[in-house]
Design a protein around this ligand. Structure first.
Ligand SMILES: Nc1ncnc2c1ncn2[C@@H]1O[C@H](COP(=O)(O)OP(=O)(O)OP(=O)(O)O)[C@@H](O)[C@H]1O
Ligand SMILES: [Mg+2]
Length: 499
């Protein structure tokens, strides 16, 4: 492996009101290396990347490419120096199509003066999608595309630049395993061509698998930089959070009581004849592969997806939500997978976002109790270790993972009867993950019934009492967690019973 530096960063500093996001970072990335950049939520990873992209202005700092100093004042400076980006927030223009998004900010090929040469644009786009081995609709506004396809568009955009260093900030959170493997093979190819990939992720297994070297950041500073072969998951975690994490899953509190929710023969275009029940204080896992209907099942119970047939009973009474609003009023809450998009109002304060669903409880005689809102929001925020200088700031100023914690804080404040969680730990750092698991356990111990969907089967096995498996929308197995191990879990997901 060559040890030539592709990019060196010296003494990079950036402060926001009340936060030192970067406190003099020194780091270098070599040619032909995949370099992991990890750290807790709010450690400063995205800030560093946004500065390199010319989106955020640094307070001080110098950048060198092969020992020659460069300046980055704009995105143009950044791309002309061969820096290319997949940002944590996809930043797609939803009413533009994939091609327009991919080449946004670059000059589109033109014909007859100002007219975009769509044929030429399509050709260029197809070259990129061929490299990535993906296909998605090119002519439709991206708002019509699936979450996976939108993520692939954002990835494809990085390849519109002829890059030398590719920064990938949590590129895989919305991808299925199949697309993730494709991305990894693209990364391997880049490396083989002598290019550099900087890979940011909270999925430490992925980081250990694909990187050559890893830099760990904590509180705006680099705390460690080592060869991946010298690191393990445990050493990475203790270097990230500054202490050892004793176990990944908190101890189970309490035990399930009487039936809380029962669903029978639920069917629509994605799910077929699903029947099961959930007890108060129980954590029920829904096992299955991506696309098996897990998310659609949660949405059907939440009233955001219509049912063709089926019945639901909540505490013995008929439960027929025609919208999420109905569901929430009945005490049924869903923390969706795309939390940043579906669960938050970016231009509102952290206070407002945490308390907005609970305002009825936090007001007296029609007047808001501001003191109570403040106290309860802070209490809920502290519980999820939300890191923020000031809860009056817009949610949009938080780091990606901290934004997700706001959605949890909001849920905790609502004290739901039924809590449904879709991929609860995506984008959340290991320390906070443990906190979130503890909150789930505490809510269950206080009588909330929890339904959890996760692509990380260790998470389901670590939390659930019982697991209902679905495949292609059909219910295949229902098992006590104690009867399952990792191997049988996967087999059940594929619809196979071990003999
Ligand atoms: N526009 C902003 N205004 C105020 N504070 C900000 C702004 N952008 C980032 N910050 C703060 O800077 C710190 C670093 O945030 P950053 O987004 O770099 O973290 P991160 O390491 O990417 O975390 P995550 O893993 O959650 O994505 C955080 O405390 C964040 O709240
Ligand atoms: Mg980030």
């Amino acid at each position: 492996m060559s040890e030539k530096q592709a990019l060196r960063i010296e003494n990079l500093k950036k402060s926001y009101p009340g936060v030192k996001a970067l406190k003099g970072v020194n780091v270098s990335f070599n040619e032909g290396e995949v370099h992991g950049l990890i750290g807790e939520n709010g450690a400063g990873k995205s800030t560093l990347i946004k500065i390199l992209a010319g989106i955020v202005k640094a307070d001080t700092g110098s950048f060198f490419i092969r020992d020659e100093e460069i300046t980055i004042r704009s995105s143009k400076d950044s791309s002309s120096n061969g820096l290319s980006f997949i940002h944590q927030e996809l930043n797609l223009v939803t009413y533009f199509n994939a091609m327009e998004n991919i080449f946004l900010g670059h000059s589109y090929p033109r014909r007859f003066g100002p007219l975009v040469d769509w044929k030429a644009l399509k050709k260029r786009t197809q070259k990129i999608t061929d490299t990535l081995q993906v296909s998605f609709p090119l002519d439709r506004p991206v708002s019509y595309l699936s979450a996976v396809d939108r993520a692939m568009v954002a990835i494809a955009r990085a390849f519109a630049v002829d890059g030398n260093v590719y920064f990938m900030d949590e590129p895989a959170t919305a991808l299925t395993d199949i697309e993730k493997e494709k991305l990894f093979s693209v990364i391997k190819n880049l490396k083989a061509q002598g290019k550099t990939v900087v890979y940011v992720s909270h999925n430490l297994d992925d980081v250990l698998q694909i990187t050559d070297r890893i830099t760990v950041m904590r509180d705006g500073a680099v705390v460690e930089c080592k060869k991946t072969s010298e690191m393990t998951k445990d050493t990475l975690i203790s270097s990230m959070i500054g202490k050892d994490l004793e176990s990944s899953f908190p101890k189970r509190l309490g035990s399930p009581a009487e039936t809380l929710l029962s669903v029978s023969h639920l069917s629509n275009s994605h799910i077929r004849d699903l029947s099961f029940s959930l007890r108060a204080g129980e954590i029920l896992g829904i096992g299955g592969l991506v696309g098996s209907g897990r998310t659609e099942l949660l949405e059907s119970i939440f009233g955001s997806r219509a049912l063709f047939s089926g019945e639901m009973l909540l505490e013995g009474d008929s439960y027929k939500p025609s919208s999420p609003k109905d569901a929430i009023a009945s005490g049924v809450v869903l923390v969706p997978e795309e939390r940043r998009k579906q669960g938050l109002v970016m231009s509102r304060s952290i206070f407002e976002n945490i308390s907005m669903m609970s305002l009825a409880d936090l007001s007296h005689g029609g007047l808001l109790d501001h003191q109570a809102i403040k106290e309860r929001s802070h209490e809920a925020g502290d519980k999820v270790r939300l890191k923020s200088a000031d809860y009056r700031n817009h949610v949009g100023t938080l780091s990606g993972g901290n934004q997700q914690k706001v959605v949890f804080a909001k849920t905790v404040l609502q004290q739901p009867k039924v809590l449904m969680l879709d991929e609860p730990s995506k984008g959340v750092d290991v320390g906070a993950r443990f906190e979130i698991y503890s909150i789930i356990q505490e809510l269950a111990a206080s009588g909330t019934g929890v339904i959890i969907v996760s692509s990380d089967f260790n998470e389901v096995l670590g939390l659930a009492d019982r697991i209902v498996f679905i495949k292609d929308g059909y219910q295949t197995f229902e098992k006590e967690n104690s009867d399952i191990d990792q191997e049988s879990y996967l087999n059940y997901c594929y619809g196979r019973e071990l003999s």
